[in-house]
Design a protein around this ligand. Structure first.
Ligand SMILES: Nc1ncnc2c1ncn2[C@@H]1O[C@H](COP(=O)(O)OP(=O)(O)OP(=O)(O)O)[C@@H](O)[C@H]1O
Ligand SMILES: [Mg+2]
Length: 266
Protein backbone atom coordinates (compact mmCIF):
# COMPACT_ATOMS: atom_id res chain seq x y z
CA UNK A 1 0.00 0.00 0.00
CA UNK A 2 0.56 3.42 0.70
CA UNK A 3 2.40 6.60 0.14
CA UNK A 4 -0.10 8.23 2.39
CA UNK A 5 0.38 9.02 6.04
CA UNK A 6 -3.29 8.66 6.91
CA UNK A 7 -6.01 6.67 5.24
CA UNK A 8 -9.59 6.89 6.46
CA UNK A 9 -11.87 4.19 5.10
CA UNK A 10 -15.64 3.98 5.39
CA UNK A 11 -15.78 5.84 8.66
CA UNK A 12 -19.22 6.09 10.25
CA UNK A 13 -20.50 7.27 13.59
CA UNK A 14 -24.03 8.01 14.76
CA UNK A 15 -25.35 9.93 17.72
CA UNK A 16 -28.81 8.61 18.48
CA UNK A 17 -30.46 8.49 15.07
CA UNK A 18 -28.16 11.05 13.53
CA UNK A 19 -25.40 9.92 11.20
CA UNK A 20 -22.76 12.51 12.02
CA UNK A 21 -20.20 10.80 9.77
CA UNK A 22 -21.52 8.56 7.05
CA UNK A 23 -19.25 6.14 5.19
CA UNK A 24 -16.48 8.70 4.73
CA UNK A 25 -13.16 7.86 3.08
CA UNK A 26 -10.17 10.05 2.31
CA UNK A 27 -6.42 9.77 2.20
CA UNK A 28 -3.64 12.19 3.11
CA UNK A 29 -0.35 11.90 1.25
CA UNK A 30 3.02 12.10 2.95
CA UNK A 31 4.01 15.69 3.74
CA UNK A 32 0.71 16.98 2.43
CA UNK A 33 -1.25 19.90 3.84
CA UNK A 34 -4.81 18.65 3.73
CA UNK A 35 -8.03 20.48 4.52
CA UNK A 36 -11.35 19.15 5.76
CA UNK A 37 -14.17 21.62 5.16
CA UNK A 38 -17.94 21.75 5.27
CA UNK A 39 -20.83 23.83 6.57
CA UNK A 40 -21.70 24.02 10.26
CA UNK A 41 -22.70 20.63 11.60
CA UNK A 42 -21.23 18.80 8.59
CA UNK A 43 -19.28 16.42 10.83
CA UNK A 44 -15.76 17.86 10.60
CA UNK A 45 -15.02 17.91 14.31
CA UNK A 46 -16.52 14.46 14.66
CA UNK A 47 -14.13 13.06 12.02
CA UNK A 48 -11.29 14.74 13.83
CA UNK A 49 -12.44 13.29 17.15
CA UNK A 50 -12.57 9.80 15.68
CA UNK A 51 -9.01 10.05 14.38
CA UNK A 52 -7.68 11.40 17.64
CA UNK A 53 -9.56 8.75 19.61
CA UNK A 54 -11.91 11.09 21.35
CA UNK A 55 -14.87 9.20 19.88
CA UNK A 56 -15.10 5.55 18.91
CA UNK A 57 -16.63 5.21 15.44
CA UNK A 58 -19.34 2.62 14.73
CA UNK A 59 -17.40 1.33 11.77
CA UNK A 60 -14.49 2.08 9.51
CA UNK A 61 -10.76 1.93 9.55
CA UNK A 62 -8.09 4.56 10.08
CA UNK A 63 -4.63 3.53 8.94
CA UNK A 64 -1.67 5.61 9.99
CA UNK A 65 1.90 5.30 8.80
CA UNK A 66 4.05 5.72 11.90
CA UNK A 67 7.36 7.53 12.17
CA UNK A 68 9.07 4.16 11.71
CA UNK A 69 7.08 3.47 8.54
CA UNK A 70 4.84 0.86 10.11
CA UNK A 71 1.13 0.77 9.20
CA UNK A 72 -1.14 0.74 12.21
CA UNK A 73 -4.89 0.84 12.68
CA UNK A 74 -5.29 3.89 14.91
CA UNK A 75 -8.53 2.61 16.33
CA UNK A 76 -6.64 -0.21 18.03
CA UNK A 77 -4.19 2.02 19.89
CA UNK A 78 -4.38 4.31 22.89
CA UNK A 79 -4.00 8.08 22.65
CA UNK A 80 -0.70 7.83 24.49
CA UNK A 81 0.70 5.30 22.00
CA UNK A 82 -0.47 7.36 19.06
CA UNK A 83 1.60 10.39 20.11
CA UNK A 84 4.73 8.28 20.21
CA UNK A 85 3.89 6.86 16.78
CA UNK A 86 3.99 10.39 15.36
CA UNK A 87 0.45 11.74 15.40
CA UNK A 88 0.15 15.12 17.11
CA UNK A 89 -2.77 17.47 17.55
CA UNK A 90 -3.45 20.96 18.71
CA UNK A 91 -6.57 21.90 20.54
CA UNK A 92 -9.15 24.41 19.52
CA UNK A 93 -8.39 26.57 22.51
CA UNK A 94 -4.73 27.15 23.15
CA UNK A 95 -3.60 24.76 25.84
CA UNK A 96 -0.37 26.14 27.17
CA UNK A 97 0.65 26.70 30.77
CA UNK A 98 0.39 30.44 31.28
CA UNK A 99 2.88 30.70 34.14
CA UNK A 100 5.67 28.94 32.27
CA UNK A 101 8.02 30.35 29.67
CA UNK A 102 7.50 29.49 26.03
CA UNK A 103 10.49 27.14 26.00
CA UNK A 104 9.32 25.33 29.13
CA UNK A 105 5.96 24.82 27.46
CA UNK A 106 7.80 23.10 24.62
CA UNK A 107 9.70 20.93 27.08
CA UNK A 108 6.44 19.75 28.58
CA UNK A 109 5.51 18.63 25.08
CA UNK A 110 8.57 16.38 25.09
CA UNK A 111 7.59 14.60 28.23
CA UNK A 112 6.27 11.44 26.67
CA UNK A 113 9.71 11.01 25.10
CA UNK A 114 11.80 11.09 28.26
CA UNK A 115 13.70 7.87 28.79
CA UNK A 116 14.54 8.56 32.41
CA UNK A 117 11.85 7.98 35.02
CA UNK A 118 9.99 10.78 36.75
CA UNK A 119 11.93 9.86 39.90
CA UNK A 120 15.27 10.24 38.14
CA UNK A 121 14.09 13.56 36.80
CA UNK A 122 12.95 14.73 40.21
CA UNK A 123 16.39 14.00 41.68
CA UNK A 124 18.14 15.32 38.60
CA UNK A 125 20.44 12.38 38.14
CA UNK A 126 23.25 13.01 35.63
CA UNK A 127 21.36 11.04 33.02
CA UNK A 128 18.16 13.05 33.57
CA UNK A 129 20.20 16.24 33.45
CA UNK A 130 21.72 15.23 30.12
CA UNK A 131 18.34 14.34 28.75
CA UNK A 132 16.86 17.66 29.88
CA UNK A 133 19.69 19.49 28.18
CA UNK A 134 19.18 17.59 24.97
CA UNK A 135 15.45 18.35 24.91
CA UNK A 136 16.09 22.01 25.72
CA UNK A 137 18.49 22.18 22.78
CA UNK A 138 15.95 20.67 20.47
CA UNK A 139 13.22 23.02 21.70
CA UNK A 140 15.52 25.96 21.04
CA UNK A 141 16.28 24.65 17.54
CA UNK A 142 12.57 24.46 16.78
CA UNK A 143 11.94 28.00 18.06
CA UNK A 144 14.87 29.22 15.99
CA UNK A 145 13.73 27.47 12.88
CA UNK A 146 10.23 28.88 13.20
CA UNK A 147 11.33 32.42 13.99
CA UNK A 148 10.17 32.27 17.60
CA UNK A 149 13.57 32.26 19.30
CA UNK A 150 13.17 35.76 20.73
CA UNK A 151 10.09 34.54 22.61
CA UNK A 152 11.78 31.55 24.26
CA UNK A 153 12.02 33.04 27.74
CA UNK A 154 8.81 35.05 27.67
CA UNK A 155 6.08 33.88 29.99
CA UNK A 156 3.33 32.33 27.88
CA UNK A 157 0.57 34.27 29.62
CA UNK A 158 2.15 37.56 28.58
CA UNK A 159 2.00 36.82 24.87
CA UNK A 160 -0.73 37.66 22.35
CA UNK A 161 -3.06 34.91 21.22
CA UNK A 162 -1.55 34.77 17.74
CA UNK A 163 1.90 34.02 19.15
CA UNK A 164 0.49 31.33 21.43
CA UNK A 165 -1.15 29.62 18.47
CA UNK A 166 2.24 29.47 16.79
CA UNK A 167 3.90 28.20 19.95
CA UNK A 168 1.30 25.47 20.22
CA UNK A 169 2.19 24.33 16.72
CA UNK A 170 5.89 24.53 17.52
CA UNK A 171 5.32 22.38 20.59
CA UNK A 172 3.80 19.55 18.55
CA UNK A 173 7.17 19.20 16.81
CA UNK A 174 8.78 18.04 20.05
CA UNK A 175 7.11 14.66 19.55
CA UNK A 176 8.60 14.33 16.03
CA UNK A 177 5.21 14.01 14.35
CA UNK A 178 4.48 12.63 10.89
CA UNK A 179 1.02 14.18 10.96
CA UNK A 180 -0.27 17.17 12.87
CA UNK A 181 -4.01 17.57 13.20
CA UNK A 182 -5.17 21.12 13.74
CA UNK A 183 -8.66 22.11 14.79
CA UNK A 184 -9.79 25.50 13.46
CA UNK A 185 -6.39 27.16 13.80
CA UNK A 186 -7.60 30.56 12.59
CA UNK A 187 -10.44 30.88 15.11
CA UNK A 188 -9.87 34.02 17.15
CA UNK A 189 -7.07 35.32 14.93
CA UNK A 190 -7.11 38.54 12.95
CA UNK A 191 -6.13 38.67 9.30
CA UNK A 192 -2.44 39.37 9.88
CA UNK A 193 -2.20 36.62 12.48
CA UNK A 194 -3.96 34.22 10.14
CA UNK A 195 -1.42 34.95 7.42
CA UNK A 196 1.43 34.41 9.87
CA UNK A 197 -0.15 31.12 10.86
CA UNK A 198 -0.39 30.02 7.23
CA UNK A 199 3.33 30.70 6.85
CA UNK A 200 4.04 28.77 10.03
CA UNK A 201 2.09 25.74 8.81
CA UNK A 202 4.01 25.72 5.53
CA UNK A 203 7.35 26.09 7.32
CA UNK A 204 6.52 23.18 9.59
CA UNK A 205 5.75 21.01 6.60
CA UNK A 206 8.82 22.14 4.67
CA UNK A 207 11.34 21.88 7.50
CA UNK A 208 9.98 18.91 9.39
CA UNK A 209 8.43 16.99 6.50
CA UNK A 210 5.25 16.26 8.30
CA UNK A 211 1.74 16.26 6.91
CA UNK A 212 -0.98 18.52 8.28
CA UNK A 213 -4.70 17.88 8.50
CA UNK A 214 -6.70 20.98 9.26
CA UNK A 215 -10.33 21.48 10.00
CA UNK A 216 -10.97 25.11 9.24
CA UNK A 217 -13.75 27.58 8.47
CA UNK A 218 -11.53 30.31 7.09
CA UNK A 219 -11.67 29.60 3.35
CA UNK A 220 -8.81 32.00 2.69
CA UNK A 221 -6.51 29.99 4.92
CA UNK A 222 -7.70 26.66 3.53
CA UNK A 223 -7.38 27.69 -0.11
CA UNK A 224 -3.95 29.26 0.35
CA UNK A 225 -2.32 26.50 2.40
CA UNK A 226 -3.95 23.18 1.51
CA UNK A 227 -2.82 21.09 -1.43
CA UNK A 228 -5.89 18.92 -1.27
CA UNK A 229 -9.26 19.40 0.32
CA UNK A 230 -12.12 17.13 1.26
CA UNK A 231 -15.50 18.85 1.46
CA UNK A 232 -18.22 17.13 3.47
CA UNK A 233 -21.84 17.75 4.29
CA UNK A 234 -24.19 15.70 6.48
CA UNK A 235 -21.23 13.47 7.23
CA UNK A 236 -20.78 12.47 3.59
CA UNK A 237 -18.11 13.41 1.12
CA UNK A 238 -19.23 16.06 -1.37
CA UNK A 239 -15.97 16.38 -3.24
CA UNK A 240 -12.25 15.85 -2.90
CA UNK A 241 -9.53 17.58 -4.88
CA UNK A 242 -7.26 20.57 -5.30
CA UNK A 243 -8.40 23.98 -4.01
CA UNK A 244 -9.38 24.97 -7.56
CA UNK A 245 -11.40 21.83 -8.10
CA UNK A 246 -13.16 22.35 -4.79
CA UNK A 247 -13.93 26.01 -5.54
CA UNK A 248 -15.46 25.06 -8.87
CA UNK A 249 -17.45 22.11 -7.60
CA UNK A 250 -21.21 22.68 -7.92
CA UNK A 251 -22.22 20.59 -4.93
CA UNK A 252 -19.71 22.36 -2.72
CA UNK A 253 -20.95 25.74 -3.90
CA UNK A 254 -24.53 24.70 -3.17
CA UNK A 255 -23.67 23.45 0.30
CA UNK A 256 -22.17 26.82 1.08
CA UNK A 257 -24.85 28.85 -0.71
CA UNK A 258 -26.27 31.60 1.43
CA UNK A 259 -23.63 30.99 4.05
CA UNK A 260 -20.80 33.22 5.02
CA UNK A 261 -17.45 31.49 4.92
CA UNK A 262 -16.50 32.99 8.21
CA UNK A 263 -19.56 32.34 10.33
CA UNK A 264 -17.33 30.13 12.40
CA UNK A 265 -18.01 29.06 15.92
CA UNK A 266 -17.71 25.95 18.11
N1 LIG B 1 -21.19 14.17 21.18
C1 LIG B 1 -22.23 14.38 20.37
N2 LIG B 1 -23.47 13.98 20.72
C2 LIG B 1 -24.52 14.17 19.89
N3 LIG B 1 -24.43 14.75 18.70
C3 LIG B 1 -23.23 15.18 18.29
C4 LIG B 1 -22.06 15.02 19.10
N4 LIG B 1 -21.01 15.55 18.43
C5 LIG B 1 -21.49 16.02 17.28
N5 LIG B 1 -22.82 15.79 17.18
C6 LIG B 1 -23.68 16.12 16.05
O1 LIG B 1 -23.05 15.62 14.88
C7 LIG B 1 -23.20 16.52 13.79
C8 LIG B 1 -21.82 16.93 13.30
O2 LIG B 1 -21.21 17.78 14.25
P1 LIG B 1 -19.74 18.32 14.15
O3 LIG B 1 -19.46 19.06 15.40
O4 LIG B 1 -18.84 17.23 13.77
O5 LIG B 1 -19.87 19.34 12.93
P2 LIG B 1 -18.81 20.38 12.37
O6 LIG B 1 -18.70 20.12 10.92
O7 LIG B 1 -17.58 20.32 13.18
O8 LIG B 1 -19.57 21.75 12.60
P3 LIG B 1 -19.01 23.22 12.96
O9 LIG B 1 -18.58 23.80 11.66
O10 LIG B 1 -20.24 23.93 13.48
O11 LIG B 1 -17.92 23.07 13.95
C9 LIG B 1 -24.00 17.70 14.32
O12 LIG B 1 -25.35 17.50 13.97
C10 LIG B 1 -23.81 17.62 15.81
O13 LIG B 1 -24.90 18.15 16.49
MG1 LIG C 1 -16.60 21.69 14.44
Amino acid sequence: MMNSVLKVENLSISFGGLKAVDDLSFEIGDKMIYGLIGPNGAGKTTVFNCITKFYTPNSGKVTFKTNTGEQINLLEHSVHQIINYGLARTFQNVELINDLSIIDNLLIGAHSQYKTSALQQAFLTPRARREEKEHRGRAMDILNQLGLADKANEIAGSQPYGVLKNVELARTLMSRPKLIIIDEPAAGLNETETEALAEMIKKIRDYYHCAVLMVEHDMGLVMSTCERICAINFGKKLAEGTPDEIKQNKEVQEAYLGKDDDDAEN
